[in-house]
Write a protein that binds this ligand. Structure first.
Ligand code: DOR
Ligand code: ZN
Length: 348
């Protein structure tokens, strides 16, 4: 008999849907299994106002497949020019779920991010008052810091102090990638949670680098060593409500990843997100911990209800296409041309 598991419909607490013609593809993929998703605001022109987020939401909703009730949850991008008034407007709008902090230059479309984290402490105070969570890309962008050490440096230089200074502020340490981040989380108070991606659970830097650079794996935070990967698997499958699902699925056209000028950072996983997470939990002997991580702990942290319906995953292999359409271009997804050992059952 095929092994299967039924869980409350999950949500994705961190995704990049982009904009324009590619929305058709990204929204279709993410809404296959997730009820809701926290949509990142790092568009080419960052989403910095309630009005911009409202229009972006409409463009996303317009691409939902027929009968889909997928709900995009909108965020605003913090810059050095964000004001307390913007935070108040976000709160009053009932549209904005959170603010996203990108240290300037840390990743894709982060040039308009924050140059000095400490200089926007008044905004964090206002977010705490308005009960709006702060989502953090936790890496320094200081070019003198080794790319593999940027997350650990962010904890030491900024996050430790920030989390201690605002005990009332809900903070999500996004896409954690190191043993140091797990150690930080283990001693952090309950106002701090962390998302964990599929790619940081499934892979380490050997997958990306041994035998030649493989661009689909290149992302920020960059994949670390095997010990870090094991620490993340242990955290995600521990049953602790501090950790929940955030794919950080971040599409880039193949032409932007395989480019003489460099490689765009981001791994695309929305085409097979729950199937891949299930593989990780299965391999760790922790299928009983999947529902908490994927479907319960995120809504609890954000103060939202759980989804009411369920999805079913079956232990049945399928082959991922070599390339997926991405607007008028194509992209190379994670597991391109290879098998995935779990499948989503057809919905009733
Ligand atoms: O690899 C990444 N890609 N990390 C991020 O933080 C941003 C993302 C993107 O937008 O492509
Ligand atoms: Zn991201």
């Amino acid at each position: 008999m095929t092994q299967s598991i039924e869980i409350t419909r999950p949500d994705d607490w961190h995704v990049h849907l982009r904009d324009g013609p590619v929305l058709r593809d990204t929204v279709r993929d993410i809404s296959r299994c997730f009820g809701r998703a926290i949509v990142m605001p790092n568009l080419a022109t960052p989403v910095t106002s309630v009005e911009m987020a409202s229009q972006y939401r409409q463009r996303i909703v317009a691409q939902r497949p027929p009968d889909s009730s997928f709900e995009p949850l909108m965020t605003l991008y913090l810059t050095d020019r964000t004001t307390r008034d913007t935070v108040k407007q976000a709160s009053a709008s009932n549209l904005i779920q959170a603010f996203k902090l990108y240290p300037a230059g840390a990743t894709t479309n982060a040039d308009a991010g924050v140059r000095n984290v400490e200089s926007i402490y008044p905004l964090f105070e206002e977010m705490a008052t308005q009960e709006l969570p702060l989502l953090i890309h936790g890496e320094v962008s200081d070019p003198s810091v080794d790319i593999f050490d940027r997350e650990a440096a962010f904890i030491d230089r900024h996050l430790d102090h920030l989390a201690n200074s605002f005990p009332e502020l809900k903070i999500v340490f996004e896409h954690i990638s190191t043993t140091q981040a797990v150690e930080f989380m283990e001693s952090s108070p309950t106002n701090v949670a962390a998302t964990i991606t599929i790619h940081h659970l499934l892979y380490n830097r050997n997958h990306m680098l041994a035998g030649g650079m493989k661009s689909p794996y290149y992302c920020m935070p960059i994949l670390k060593g095997s010990a870090d990967q094991q620490a993340l698997i242990k955290a995600a499958t521990s049953g602790s409500s501090k950790y929940f699902l955030g794919t950080d699925s971040a599409p880039h056209a193949q032409s932007a990843k395989e480019h003489s000028g460099g490689c765009a950072a981001g791994a695309y996983t929305a085409h097979a997100a729950m199937e891949l997470y299930t593989e990780v939990f299965d391999a760790a002997g922790a299928l009983d911990k999947l529902e908490g991580f994927a479907s319960h702990f995120g809504p609890s942290f954000y103060g939202l209800p759980r989804n009411r319906d369920t999805i079913t995953l079956e232990k049945k292999s399928w082959l991922v296409s070599d390339r997926l359409s991405f607007g008028d271009q194509q992209l190379v997804p994670i597991r391109s041309g290879q098998e995935i050992h779990w499948s989503m059952s057809d919905q009733p």
